[in-house]
Write a protein that binds this ligand. Structure first.
Ligand code: PMP
Length: 416
């Protein structure tokens, strides 16, 4: 019995899905002490867009450590920050003409969500926030207040107030949420005050790979502008190239007022979170939102190296190509079995939704079968009915095919 199994018998440890102990990882493979190797379609819930221990990034980190580069600096100016900011500006912000200032938050995405909500309240002098059904924004009390998941909310132990949940596109409520927002705001008797902000994920990842249509995002942006409500885009999981563009809203042609990046902004599994602030709204006073571990220098060094990888046009072309490969293989298989199973996704984030068939628990069974067959996937969605596919953007096509084959075979066995 491993120490973790022993612990599990009397203490609640976190991981229940993956019963093995991992020791090392390279690219899209994770290695366990059992001697098994696994293809990784989970990638730290989107924290490892460049795979495990990418050579280019690793070299940069090692060189930085060997030169005794400053590792912890709070909010002091550093060379590593300067290089990151220059690279981020030239490769991402200037390209899209984005008017953002960059705030180092963190270390986690949750912390940047907190910063965004606080700043929106400060800018507008309003309190309320509109969030969406199916949303996930984090575990701290502020970010949890805009997270819809009941299981997580109940752990707060206090009422989570000042938030109005609006149906996300495609949700079972089947209402036009933009029209609903407009009516609620115009109706003096709706009981809902004009909010400081609307916080949105362009694709709800934890919520079940729900993809917001581009026109809907544009309409949401319009309504925010019209009512002077700040639009916050939480790009923690689907930003940094996951959807095929670096910022997930690029193809909608919108410029949210505040943007939250974390997970794969370092891309090496090192903690880092940014809040991009439309320069018009940078009204923080120094130190108003801070924290000891914001601006982790090793993460920043990795982030600069990651941006160098991302910005090659060949890299982006390959992401597009691998995205089509996933879509084609999954759609071909699902149409061959003629069951009400839905495929949703974009770029390198896909979900297979089993909620339309009565055996909803199948998704967990498939996750477990995949694991025994050497593939790591997780389940997301309201009742964990969606198998989430989140390979590294750098995955070799052959490994991607192998992983998809394991997935398809595991589904076939589970549905027998
Ligand atoms: N927002 C989104 C969309 C997320 O997916 C997550 C993490 N799953 C968070 C916020 C919270 O980030 P963290 O766990 O780094 O605090």
């Amino acid at each position: 019995m491993s120490i973790f199994e022993e612990i599990e018998s009397n203490v609640r440890s976190y991981c229940r899905s993956f019963p093995d102990t991992f020791s090392s990882a390279k690219g899209s493979f994770v290695y366990a002490t059992s001697g098994k190797q696994y293809i990784d379609f989970f990638t730290g819930a989107g924290a490892l867009n460049y795979g495990h221990n990418h050579e280019h990034m690793k070299r940069r980190i090692i060189e930085y450590l060997e030169s005794d580069g400053i590792v912890h600096s709070l909010d002091m100016y550093t060379v590593a920050k300067e290089q990151f900011l220059q690279t981020f500006r030239s490769k991402i912000l200037d390209k899209g003409d984005y008017p953002y200032k960059v705030q180092f938050c963190g270390p986690t995405g949750t912390n940047a969500v907190e910063a965004a909500i606080k700043l929106a309240r400060k800018v507008t002098k309003r309190v309320g926030v509109f969030a969406f059904t199916g949303s996930f924004h984090g575990m701290s009390l502020g970010s949890l207040s805009v997270t819809s998941n009941h299981y997580h909310r109940q752990a707060a132990g206090i009422p989570l107030s000042h938030v109005t949940f609006i149906p996300y596109p495609g949700d079972t409520y089947n209402i036009d949420s933009i029209d609903y927002i407009e009516k609620v705001l115009q109706d003096d008797h709706s009981g809902v005050d004009k909010p400081a902000a609307i916080i949105v994920e362009t694709i709800q990842a934890e919520g079940g790979i729900n993809v917001a249509p581009i026109e809907w995002l544009q309409a949401l942006n319009e309504i925010c502008k019209k009512h002077e409500i700040l639009l916050i885009c939480d790009d923690v999981q689907v930003g940094c190239g996951r959807t095929g563009s670096f910022l997930s809203f690029e193809d909608a042609g919108i410029v949210p007022d505040l943007v939250i990046l974390s997970k794969s902004i370092s891309g090496y599994g090192l903690p880092m979170a940014l809040l991009l602030i439309n320069e018009r709204y940078d009204i923080w006073t120094p130190g108003e939102h801070n924290g000891t571990f914001r601006g982790n220098q090793l993460a920043i060094v990795a982030a600069t190296a990651g941006l160098e990888l991302w910005s090659s046009s060949q890299f982006q072309k390959e992401v597009g190509w691998k995205s089509s490969l996933i879509k084609t293989i999954l759609e071909r298989y699902i149409s061959s079995i003629e069951l009400n199973i839905e495929i949703r996704g974009k770029g390198m984030i896909w979900g297979i939704d089993f909620s339309g068939i009565h055996a909803k628990e199948k998704a967990n069974e498939i996750r477990d079968k995949c694991f025994s067959n050497g593939l790591i996937v997780e389940c997301v969605g309201r009742q964990d009915t969606v198998v989430k596919i989140l390979p590294a953007l750098t995955i070799e096509p052959e490994i991607l095919r192998q992983g998809l084959e394991i997935l398809v075979d595991s589904i076939a066995v589970a549905l027998k």
